[in-house]
Structures are given as structure tokens and as C-alpha cells.
Design a protein around this ligand. Structure first.
Ligand code: NOJ
Length: 736
């Protein structure tokens, strides 16, 4: 693993401090009911109604604000809160810092393909440092929603399909955001979101209905949240969706029972944007007053933007429908957070900080490193890549030189003009005299849908390809085709890009495709007809340089997929950790097994095109001599396996050694494989290393018949290998 970082310790916003509690007690006794409710109200400041906003802050009706960029504005609001409100309680400033603040990193899904928690902790810390300089106290991230449906646009924001990897990366990001050495001595609190199961939206449509078993909730969707809170995250954002008929904002099971009673977590619960008001559209509240009632009883502490709390909560208390003690509890959590953040002592942000902190060379360098390690080489037939520097290249496609699209969704304070495109990356690497022809070929999408593309120039692209040694096409999605509220039903190349690709391939010239996208795409034709494919995602401000470094072999690609690439939309959801079922596709068994009566399609494979953990490099690795050091393990013991990994190619490279298990017989069914360990190693050509991986038996449990977490004795299969579908196999037994 990359351990170049001297990790600053992270704040633990869940540690209760008696001095802070005493200060909270003191304030609470002095607050009016309206002032208490004010702490539970978060608004997006409306500068057009400046006087109204200032009056609301002055009278203590606003506790926090979201997404304000200018430090001067933040300081001015803070001044009114601190100097002109009766009790001088400062505001908390929350911001969506999803993959960088000004130095934009690759989208989080891409970052997860690094499988490198240390590196992502550094990236999160850099983002937090810039955010702190911009006046932010509260980062609405990490998004830790497990996502197994690439139609869902928000798959871009998370760590992919696996809860184990999701946990590791959630912890890394919380630690980075809550680092202790941020600009101006400021502190930042993380906000894991969207609690919970938001990624399971039916049909991949954002905000859609979610209905899942409590077992899947507890085994798959909750663990990354639990890990983030255990890492010290001081807040959580509840989601828009319903879960089995109860919208998250009114769901006492998830907000009270799990967070408070089971996990004993003391942090702040924040609703998503207007999600309390949306209880009306969900059809569980008649009006804002009932929405406020349901939300506060369920356990929401802060209402983001719906106005239901500020308009109705005080009345609900006076009418005896909401105990004031419940409001006090919520306000205690908010005030405690404010004290922990240090904003009572240090409410202002020095406007001079940004000049030194934003886009500093070390952060630009870090963004490059993350982009280089995020890209996944999907195919490289005949070692077409890396290219020799003297190769005559035709650079073709709508994303060759497009700055804004490489930022991806949620680009915070990122500026398109600060993005290095692929063309810029090529020029930076090869020098201005590089043998390049550039043809856009078509638009990303076309104007009125795919059929009208005024930029269509397939002929020009074909001509350029014919005159070159190699055609490098840069194809994919625009930034706005993924992210919130941007789901897709078709996951192929949009617009005329497929036609462009087919025409260039038809020239017979060697073709490399660099795919820029916010999600796994359906790439079947490309996988069949194009010899080299690099999945570069939306790689942030250093995207283009990272792509050039990889295509020319300056960097050996090392990314591994964290979300499966379906062969066709009809396979979705396709993910590696599925169940065996009674009629698994690859097994022989009773009566009808040898016929078609299996879990499969008539017309498509059950396997993804590119699966979880997959990714190529410019070298090759061989796995040998798997030893299960502990063939019998006590139920409270540790499983230890070792394996020899050898770099059998001619270049130094990084391998992500992955460990999977299968619990063969359980009291409930278990996935066919589950990731339970991984490590990233660098090997020189010819070098081999004995790698040892440990899995505490406590990691091997699940929620059984009684819905409690159990670790069952019995036999397990174990695999160590390069992805979820390959690897050396062993066995061990957990003993009672
Ligand atoms: C809605 C999104 O779901 C959430 O992720 C975001 O933090 C809030 N809006 C605030 O912008």
C-alpha cells in the first residue's frame, strides 16, 4: 500500500467531553424554544433576500448554511450570528466536497479503483484543507452507498459494489476530512451519506423506491456507515428514499433504533435537501407540520431546506405533540458539534488563506497520482499499449479536448479552465512537436438527441486514422450524464460516438479507446473489436496528463474495477457477491440441473463483461503456493493465508492481491464470494513476494435467522487472486 503519507491524526467527533457537555448544558438553559429550533434549521443563503436572511440569523432562526463559496460572505454571516444574535452561537457551514474542493480529483468511483485507502485519505485531507481555507466546517461526504446498478447516476459518487472495500475507503475518507492539520487551524466534520440503501433505487432511477430485507440492509448497506461512524464521523445525512414503505426522514428504525440504541452514536442526523418536506409527496404526511412531527419523532436533528422545522416545531412542542426533551436532545447534538469544531472560539476564516492553500503544487501532484492510479486498463491485445513516443497518432473523439466534462459531477469550486485535457496531456508529455492529428468527429450527445449532431465529421476522423499509425479515441459521457438525478436506461456510448468508433475501426488501423464516464458503461462491441481500452473515468483536473502517462508507459496502469461492467443493460444488477441459489449456473445436481433450468438468461451470459477486482497492467503477475496457515481456526481467532506473487513480465507494476471467502453452509444463504482482505504491492520485473493476509474470524459473520450478527462454525472456501473470478483456492474450518 502507498504509505508515503505521514497521516495526521483525525478528530474523533464522537468522543464526549465533559467540559463541552457543561457548556452545552449552560447554553440550553438559556435558550428559548425558538432559538433551539433555529439550531435545527439549515438553509442555503438567499443573497437576493439579504435583509431577510440577516434578520433570520440575527434572531437565531438559522443554525447552519450550505454551499456558500465566498469567504467574505461566510464571515459576514458568521459576524451577524456571533455578534448580533442574542446568544452569539456561530453557524456551521456545510459544503458538498465530493472529490476535491478546488483541486478536483477523479470522481469517487474512479478513486475507489486505486484500492488504496492511504492515498484516498491524503486526497480527502487535501480536499478538506482547501475547503477549510474556503470557510467550510462540514463536508457532506463521503458517499458510502453500496451501488450495484450502473444506471443509477450516483454510482459515480461512491466506492462501488462491495461493502468490505466500501468500509475501508469510508474510513480513509472520514479520517482525511477530519484531519487535525487543516488550513487556519480549522476543523472539519465529515457527513457519511445517504443513510441508507439509497443506492438500491428501483430501476436505477434516482430517488426511487427501495425495498430490501433487513438482512441485506444489515449485511450489505449498513457496514460502510458503521465503519465511517466508528472512524469518528460526527454527522450523517439521511437519504431521500423510502425503505420498505418508510421514507428515511421519518424512519425511526434506522434513525433511532440503529443509530442510537444499537450503535450508541452521539452525532448529528441531517436530512437531505427538502427531504422532510418530501414526506408529503411520499404520501406519509398531509402537510409540512405533520412532516416535521414525523421527522423529529423519527430522529432527524436538522432539517436541510424544507422549512418544516422552523415553521412548525415550536408549535408542535407547545401543543404537546413533541416533548421539548426531544428537541433539547437534537439541539445538544448540534451545539456539541459546534463546540467540537472550535467555531465558538474561532468563527472566522482568514480570506488570505486561499491564495496559499488552493491548487498548491503538492495537491496538483496528488491529483495526478490519484488519476494515474484510478484508470483501469480493460483490454490490451497484442500489447498495443504502451505506445512508442514516435508513433503517429490520430486523436479522435468529442472528449479529446473538452475541459468541463473531465471534472465530472459535483465539481465543487473546480474550474474547467484548470483541467488538463487528453490533448493537453499528450502535448505536455510529448512536447509541442508531437506527431498528432486531432479530429473531434462528433459531439458527445448531439443537439436534439442523438440524431442531430452538427459536429458530425466521421469522414474527417476516418481520414485522420488512415494517415496515422494508431487511432486513439477519447469517448464517453458528459459530466452531466451521471451524478444526482442523472440516471440512464441505455449505457452505451451516447450520440454518434458508436458510429464514429465503428468507422474508425473499419479502417483497419490499430485503435485505442480511452473511456471517460461517470459509471460502468456497456462496452460489448468495443470489447470485441477494439484491441486496447483504458477506462479513465472523469479524472479531475489532471485527467489528461494521467491518460498520456499511461498510454505512453510512463506509468504502468494499476486500477482495478470496483463495480461490474455489464454486458447489457438487461443483466443489471450484475455483481460478484451474488447468492448461489438452488440452481446455480455452473453446477450439476438433482433432476433438472442438466437442462436449462438454471439461474441464467437464454440469450446472455450470467457474467459481467469486466468484473469486480479486474484490471490489467503492462506486466503480468502469477500466483503460486497458496498456504492456508490456519486450516482450523477458533471462532474468535484469525484466518491466515499466504501466497507467492511474482511479476512475470518486463515492467515494474502494482498488483492488488485480493482475498475472497465463501461460507459453505449457513443458517441463511451466503454469497458465492465475499471480499475479506486485500493488499496492494509493487513488484519489479522477476521479483516475487510472499504475501500474508489475515482475516479475523469476527469478519466472517452475517445476520442470521434471529437477525443478530453471528459467526458460525463450519467450512469455508477461500481464494486469493487478482479479481473476484480467479484465484488459488483453499479451505479452512471455523471451529466452535
Ligand atoms: C442533495 C444530495 O442528495 C446530497 O448528496 C447533497 O449533499 C445535498 N443535496 C446538498 O447539496
Amino acid at each position: 500500500m502507498d504509505t508515503t503519507m505521514n497521516a495526521a491524526p483525525a478528530y474523533d467527533f464522537t468522543a464526549i467531553d465533559s467540559e463541552i457537555e457543561a457548556r452545552v448544558d449552560d447554553l440550553l438553559t438559556r435558550m428559548t424554544l425558538e432559538e433551539k429550533v433555529g439550531q435545527m434549521n439549515q438553509v442555503s443563503p438567499n443573497w437576493d433576500a439579504r435583509e431577510e436572511l440577516e434578520a433570520a440569523i440575527r434572531s437565531g432562526q438559522v443554525g447552519s448554511v450550505l454551499n456558500v463559496w465566498e469567504v467574505a460572505k461566510i464571515n459576514e454571516m458568521q459576524r451577524i450570528a456571533v455578534e448580533e444574535s442574542r446568544l452569539g452561537i456561530p453557524l456551521i457551514v456545510g459544503t458538498d466536497v465530493i472529490h476535491g474542493y478546488r483541486t478536483i480529483f477523479p470522481i469517487p468511483l474512479a478513486e475507489s479503483c486505486t484500492w488504496d485507502p492511504d492515498l484516498l485519505e491524503q486526497a480527502a485531507r487535501a480536499a478538506a484543507d482547501e475547503a477549510a481555507a474556503g470557510g467550510t466546517d462540514w463536508i457532506f461526504a463521503p458517499m458510502v452507498d453500496v451501488a450495484r446498478d450502473p444506471r443509477w447516476g450516483r454510482i459515480a459518487e461512491g466506492a462501488g459494489e462491495d461493502p468490505f472495500l466500501g468500509r475501508a475507503l469510508a474510513v480513509a475518507r472520514v479520517r482525511g476530512f477530519q484531519a487535525t492539520d487543516l488550513a487556519g487551524g480549522k476543523r472539519i466534520v465529515a457527513c457519511p451519506k445517504h443513510y441508507v440503501a439509497y443506492g438500491l433505487a428501483e430501476g436505477g432511477k434516482d430517488y426511487n423506491t427501495v425495498d430490501l430485507s433487513e438482512r441485506a440492509l444489515r449485511d450489505v448497506y449498513l457496514p460502510p456507515f458503521k465503519a465511517a461512524l466508528d472512524a469518528g464521523a460526527g454527522s450523517i445525512m439521511s437519504s431521500f428514499n423510502e425503505i420498505a414503505g418508510v421514507p428515511a426522514s421519518a424512519n425511526a428504525f434506522i434513525l433511532r433504533q440503529i443509530l442510537r440504541d444499537e450503535w450508541d452514536w452521539p452525532g448529528v442526523v441531517l436530512s437531505d435537501y427538502d427531504a422532510i418536506g418530501e414526506l408529503i409527496q411520499h404520501g406519509v404526511a398531509a402537510d409540512h407540520k405533520e412532516a416535521a412531527l414525523k421527522a423529529v419523532l423519527a430522529g432527524e436533528d436538522i432539517d436541510m431546506m424544507s422549512q418544516a422545522f422552523p415553521d412548525h416545531l415550536a408549535d408542535l412542542v407547545r401543543e404537546g405533540k413533541v416533548p421539548e426533551a426531544l428537541v433539547d436532545e437534537a439541539v445538544r447534538r448540534v451545539l456539541r458539534l459546534k463546540f467540537m469544531l472550535g467555531i465558538f472560539e474561532n468563527p472566522y476564516t482568514d480570506p488570505a488563506l486561499q491564495a496559499d492553500v488552493l491548487l498548491q503544487p503538492a495537491y496538483r501532484e496528488l491529483a495526478l497520482r490519484v488519476a494515474q492510479k484510478s484508470a483501469v486498463l480493460l483490454k490490451n491485445e497484442g500489447s498495443l499499449l504502451p505506445l512508442a513516443p514516435e508513433t503517429k497518432v490520430a486523436l479522435i473523439g468529442p472528449l479529446v479536448d473538452d475541459q468541463p466534462e473531465l471534472l465530472g459531477s459535483w465539481a465543487c469550486d473546480g474550474k474547467p479552465e484548470e483541467v488538463e485535457t487528453v490533448l493537453a496531456g499528450f502535448k505536455a508529455l510529448l512536447g509541442p512537436k508531437a506527431a498528432l492529428t486531432v479530429v473531434k468527429g462528433c459531439a458527445i450527445e448531439g443537439r436534439d438527441g442523438a440524431d442531430d449532431d452538427p459536429e458530425l465529421d466521421i469522414e474527417g476522423a476516418v481520414k485522420a486514422a488512415r494517415a496515422a499509425d494508431v487511432a486513439v479515441l477519447v469517448l464517453g459521457e458528459s459530466a452531466m450524464m451521471s451524478g444526482e438525478a442523472h440516471s440512464r436506461a441505455y449505457l452505451g456510448l451516447p450520440g454518434k460516438q458508436q458510429a464514429l468508433l465503428e468507422a474508425v475501426v473499419a479502417t483497419g488501423k490499430p485503435v485505442v479507446v480511452v473511456v471517460i464516464a461517470g459509471r460502468p458503461l456497456v462496452l460489448g462491441w468495443m470489447a470485441q473489436h477494439v484491441p486496447a481500452i483504458l477506462m479513465a473515468w472523469q479524472g479531475g483536473i489532471r485527467s489528461g496528463r494521467a491518460v498520456a502517462d499511461i498510454l505512453y508507459g510512463e506509468v504502468n496502469p494499476s486500477g482495478r474495477l470496483t463495480a461490474s461492467f455489464p454486458r447489457t443493460e438487461g443483466q443489471i444488477p450484475v455483481y460478484y457477491a451474488h447468492k448461489s441459489t438452488g440452481r446455480p449456473v455452473n453446477e450439476r445436481g438433482v433432476i433438472q440441473f442438466n437442462r436449462a433450468h438454471k439461474v441464467k438468461y437464454l440469450d446472455e451470459s450470467d457474467l459481467p463483461l469486466y468484473g469486480f477486482g479486474y484490471g490489467l497492467t503492462y506486466t503480468t503477475f502469477e500466483y503460486a503456493d497458496l498456504a492456508v496457515e490456519t486450516p482450523e481456526v477458533p471462532i474468535d481467532g484469525i484466518v491466515t493465508v499466504s501466497v507467492t506473487v511474482r511479476n512475470t513480465g518486463e515492467r515494474a507494476g502494482d498488483e492488488v492481491v485480493q482475498l475472497y471467502v465463501q461460507d459453505l453452509i449457513g443458517e441463511v444463504t451466503r454469497p458465492v464470494r465475499e471480499l475479506k482482505g486485500f493488499c496492494k504491492i509493487s513488484l519489479q520485473p522477476g521479483e516475487s513476494r510472499r504475501v500474508t493476509l489475515n482475516v479475523p474470524a469476527s469478519e466472517l459473520g452475517f445476520h442470521g435467522l434471529a437477525m443478530s450478527y453471528i459467526v458460525e462454525p463450519g467450512e469455508f472456501k477461500i481464494w486469493v487472486g487478482p479479481n473476484a473470478y480467479e484465484g488459488l483456492e483453499g479451505r479452512f474450518v471455523l471451529e466452535a
